[in-house]
Design a protein around this ligand. Structure first.
Ligand code: IMP
Length: 415
């Protein structure tokens, strides 16, 4: 492996942070990359008593010696980034700032974008997308309208920065009627000036960074590049489920574009899914459970958004659709997470097609006992092995990772 993309094949929240943490260990990884989205993403890393919810930084930030790349496809809320750097420093004895490689083309997301997001959602009424309220759509809209502010602005003088911010605030007011009060505007400007101080020196020419890194990998002097996808294939702006999607291309192709990496350098794609489906926000969900059953699975799986705290909707795994995503994303290895949550179920349905728009289920018998914490494929009960093997066979992708609990170490890695 050399350039690995981790791609969530569902609506996000499949537990890809665990795979990212494993693959981003300094023994394996030299560059840990986030290339799209913003603070709408979130995954919790649990290592012993230390726990952190990461929204912007990729999992490699928890290790010394791994480059932390924030690519051009992102929209970054600076206070969130600075807080996250501080929290990692305090809890994990490493300083991500030291390893940060920031793309000058990465867009800055301001408080005003969040206000516009909330206002647009409210205006949509029953047609609301159910966004995370993180300002993602409006930040990408400013980018597409070519009025956004990018990280490269941090090279400008404080006066030019303030002027640029003033123009944006006027645009939010004129276009959307969103007026920031003086305190909010002053906070935004203060953060911009602080970020200039802290982050300007972390801006890199990304073409040269990738050229150098790929050359070093080829000579065996540097470890893998690991792209940590955000959200999931079903939330991509071009996905079938539009308009109930996010505003960026949350696909493998989008990850490469957002990182600025030459596409032909990609060597592997790890596709992640859970043993069941979840979704936050609005939009159709084929296998959604009844409210009572959904609440049971939600409680067992702790299925609440790590960004918004919203309850996630739950359903059985739509394996047929997962197979389509695995094909579309060019997945070479499968990672199935959270099977241990189904320990107490006597039957586990997997949707393998539809009749008249309703799911057709293949039902697998559950197992007795718990698979929680197992670390070897051989130790899994036969019923669990059969279910996992079916998932791999159906999607036509070798099964490499099986998550067996929230702890980083609770993972089966097959050769
Ligand atoms: P936005 O990205 O905040 O605009 O939200 C658009 C849709 O994507 C909503 O349904 C959100 O709930 C969903 N979404 C955005 N980010 C994530 C994520 O990281 N995990 C799961 N759902 C997400």
């Amino acid at each position: 492996m050399a350039v690995i993309a981790i791609q969530d094949l569902r609506w996000g929240d499949t537990g890809k942070g665990k795979i990212s943490e494993y693959l981003s260990h300094p023994d394996l990884c030299g560059s840990s990359v986030r290339s799209g989205g913003g603070g709408n993403a979130g995954h919790v890393v649990q290592r012993g008593t230390r726990k952190i919810a990461l929204h912007l930084l990729p999992a490699g930030c928890l290790h010394e010696g791994v480059d932390i790349v924030l690519g051009r496809g992102m929209v970054t809320h600076l206070p969130t980034l600075l807080n996250e750097i501080g929290e990692v420093r305090a809890k994990f004895d490493t300083d991500p700032l030291k390893y940060l490689i920031l793309s000058p083309e990465n867009h800055i997301l301001f408080h005003g974008h969040k206000e516009v997001d909330r206002m647009l959602e409210k205006r949509k009424g029953n047609d609301a997308v159910g966004t995370t309220g993180s300002g993602i759509g409006p930040a990408y809209a400013d980018k597409a309208n070519r009025i956004g502010m990018r990280m490269e602005s941090l090279r400008h003088s404080p006066a030019v920065l303030k002027d640029g911010y003033g123009k944006l605030a006027k645009h939010w007011k004129d276009s959307y009627g969103v007026h920031l009060d003086d305190r909010q505007a002053a906070e935004d400007i203060d953060t911009l000036l602080l970020s200039k101080e802290l982050l300007e020196g972390r801006l890199h020419d990304m073409t040269e960074y990738w050229r150098r890194t790929l050359m070093q990998i080829a000579k065996g002097k540097k470890r893998d590049i690991v792209l940590e996808g955000a959200q999931g294939s079903l939330l991509s702006i071009d996905a079938e489920g539009y308009p109930y999607v996010t505003s960026s291309a949350t696909t493998v192709a989008g990850q490469l574009q957002g990182a600025g990496l030459p596409t032909r350098e990609l060597t592997d794609v790890v596709g992640t899914l859970k043993a069941y489906d979840t979704r936050v926000g609005n939009g159709p969900m084929l296998t959604e459970l009844s409210p009572e059953e959904s609440a049971k699975l939600r409680d067992l799986g702790g299925e609440r958004g790590s960004t918004t705290g919203r309850n996630r909707r739950t359903g059985w795994l739509d394996l047929k659709d997962t197979e389509r995503r695995a094909f579309e994303e060019g997945v070479t290895q499968l990672a199935v997470l959270k099977g241990d949550i189904l320990d107490s179920y006597s039957e586990i349905p997997l949707s393998i097609g539809t009749t008249n728009g309703k799911p057709d289920y293949a039902t697998f018998p559950g197992w007795s006992g718990s698979i929680r914490g197992m670390r070897r494929w051989e130790d899994l009960p036969k019923e669990a092995k059969d279910m996992y093997q079916f998932m791999g066979d159906f999607t036509k992708v070798p099964l490499r990772f099986i998550g067996t609990g929230p702890e980083s170490s609770e993972l089966i890695v097959r050769a």
